[in-house]
Design a protein around this ligand. Structure first.
Ligand code: NAG
Ligand code: NAG
Length: 170
């Protein structure tokens, strides 16, 4: 190899290295902007992370058991645990509604009334329920509940278009 050949070779290698680092930098820029737009979308709530839960889904998990009939302490103890309300603390009070989801959603079409928080997006209906009240006699996650079965007036908050229940007010 002549010195001219070596210099040519070095020039070529340096050129390739520069090209490569330019490519890496371009890739980093693209990844960064993708990351930023994803964060923006998450922030705006336009993209629901797969592990996330809509308020409607949460309402269903905590308050809807169409199969019923419920009504026993054992039912409350089992369901409160199964539906994730005994960690990290025992949820003190929770109501399961034993009606079809369609019947429950339909309560959103009843006239608007005021919620406990002062908002006007609440609606009342009469449904079969099991109320579960923590007896405080057993620490989490093995919480112990007293069940009360009844057919009673419930008040739910609704949101969206179409309106769906997102909160059990009382
Ligand atoms: C739960 O039970 C306690 C003790 O009997 C009672 O004081 C409380 O009012 C009950 N909570 C609800 C929301 O009914
Ligand atoms: C859970 O609590 C109940 C009632 O206090 C008790 O009978 C039962 O043995 C406990 N179960 C476990 C696994 O600790």
């Amino acid at each position: 190899m002549t010195s001219i050949e070596i210099i040519d070779l070095l020039k070529t290698l340096i050129g390739k290295a520069k090209g490569a680092s330019k490519a890496v930098m371009a890739l980093q820029k693209i990844l960064l902007s993708l990351l930023l737009s994803l964060l923006t979308l998450l922030g705006l709530g336009l993209v629901q992370p797969s592990y996330g839960e809509t308020r409607y889904k949460k309402f269903q998990r905590q308050h809807v058991d169409s199969r019923g009939p419920g009504g026993t302490n054992l039912y409350c103890n089992t369901m409160m645990h199964k539906q994730g309300m005994t960690r990290p603390t025992c949820k003190e009070f929770n109501t399961f509604i034993h009606e079809n989801i369609g019947t429950i959603n339909n309560i959103c079409n009843a006239p608007n009334i005021q919620c406990k928080n002062g908002k006007e997006n609440c609606h009342a209906g009469v449904v079969r329920v099991t109320d579960c009240n923590d007896t405080k006699s057993s620490p989490p996650p093995n919480c112990s509940y007293k069940a009360t079965a009844s057919t009673r007036r419930v008040v739910i908050a609704c949101e969206g278009n179409p309106l769906v229940p997102v909160h059990l007010d009382r």
